[in-house]
Design a protein around this ligand. Structure first.
Ligand SMILES: Cc1cc2nc3c(=O)[nH]c(=O)nc-3n(C[C@H](O)[C@H](O)[C@H](O)COP(=O)(O)OP(=O)(O)OC[C@H]3O[C@@H](n4cnc5c(N)ncnc54)[C@H](O)[C@@H]3O)c2cc1C
Length: 310
């Protein structure tokens, strides 16, 4: 039996992948999209999304992704609930594998997202979206005039603490060491901010909560082991992200943090391989920017395939 060659295979069903699916399906390219372990992507792990345009009163993350999935399917997208474990993009026909099949395509859109690093504390999964967050831009507004805690010592922790200080009554920045990975200018700016209190060298040893969500944290001094409890309304992890790019090496170039490097919008270094969303975006990491890149990748795939036809 000859192997079917798809026009385009999309890897990942977050906002980037599903937007790419909607556009390529409507362009009659019959896309096939692989969902991986988290169909719908990161937004399925949150509650209310208030910054997605078009939903005046917000929309629940899982509902938004369910609607995007239905929209992609309506135009003929084939969704496969499996994970891509290996690829070979060396030839003109791109090859991908799951544990049970080999897939061939003329073009591939990588939209595998990035996973926020967490501290793997007890009850973390249950408290995510209930006082625990990995994104100040996304969730900061829910803590207006409230007291929050930010964990981290890099540039993003300083940035998130500074951003939250504009909304919240008080921000405690907890870092396990008294030296910072963040650039001195970012640290100085945060230190000069009267609303930000630095708590170093401390780490969060335990999340304190009631039935509604986070109410505080037990902080442990990293040098002495002494503990103390702080009461806060929200806790933000700002300890980095892990882009899900490993399986695509060496066919894509990555930066020092493993984000896929793109040029001319979503092109990777390999012709026919495009990357969209958080996987290629260390800066914004928002649903709307991921969807925007998904649209760009879809149109670039269209142009790429037209070029192949001559
Ligand atoms: C708790 C939380 C709340 C958030 N709130 C907001 C918000 O309010 N507003 C906002 O704009 N943004 C928010 N974000 C950020 C937003 O979710 C992301 O920016 C967005 O989901 C990125 O979309 P994406 O398509 O690039 O990737 P993701 O959503 O990360 O999706 C990645 C997809 O790739 C799949 N995948 C990974 N590896 C493989 C593989 N090997 N094979 C097949 N599939 C694979 C995964 O299963 C998943 O389907 C939030 C994020 C989190 C974690």
């Amino acid at each position: 039996m000859t192997q079917k060659v798809h026009n385009v295979v999309i890897v990942g069903t977050g906002p980037a992948g599903l937007t790419a699916a909607i556009y390529t399906a409507r362009a009659s390219l019959s896309p096939v999209i692989y969902a991986g372990l988290l169909h719908g992507g990161q937004l399925t792990t949150t509650t209310e999304v208030e910054n997605w345009p078009g939903s005046e009163h917000g929309v629940m993350g899982p509902k938004l992704m369910q609607d995007m999935t239905a929209q992609a399917e309506r135009f003929g997208t084939e969704i496969v609930y499996d994970t891509i474990t290996k690829v070979d993009f060396s030839g003109p026909i791109k090859k991908l594998w799951t544990d049970s099949e080999e897939i061939h395509a003329k073009a591939v859109i990588i939209s595998t997202g990035a996973t926020a690093k967490t501290m793997k504390l007890e009850n973390e999964a249950q408290l995510m979206g209930r006082g625990l967050s990995t994104c100040a831009t996304c969730d900061g507004f829910f803590y207006k005039n409230k007291k929050v805690l930010v964990i981290g010592g890099g540039d993003s922790a300083m940035e998130e603490a500074t951003y939250l200080s504009k909304l919240c009554s008080e921000v405690i920045l907890v870092h396990r060491r008294d030296v910072f990975k963040a650039s001195p200018i970012m640290v100085d700016r945060a230190k000069a901010n009267k609303k930000i209190q630095f708590k170093v060298p401390f780490h969060v040893a335990k999340l304190v909560h009631d039935e509604t969500g986070v109410t505080g944290a037990i902080l442990e001094n990293s040098e002495t082991g002494a503990t103390e409890e702080v009461k806060v309304d929200g806790i933000f992890y700002a300890i980095g992200h892990i882009p899900n790019s490993g399986v695509f090496l060496p066919y894509v170039e990555t930066d020092e943090n493993n984000y896929i490097k793109v040029h001319e919008f979503t092109k990777t270094k390999t012709p026919g391989i495009f990357a969209a969303g958080d996987i290629a975006d260390p800066t914004f990491r928002q649903a709307i920017t991921a969807a925007g890149m998904g649209c760009q990748a879809a149109i670039q795939v269209q142009h790429y395939l037209e070029g192949l036809e001559g």
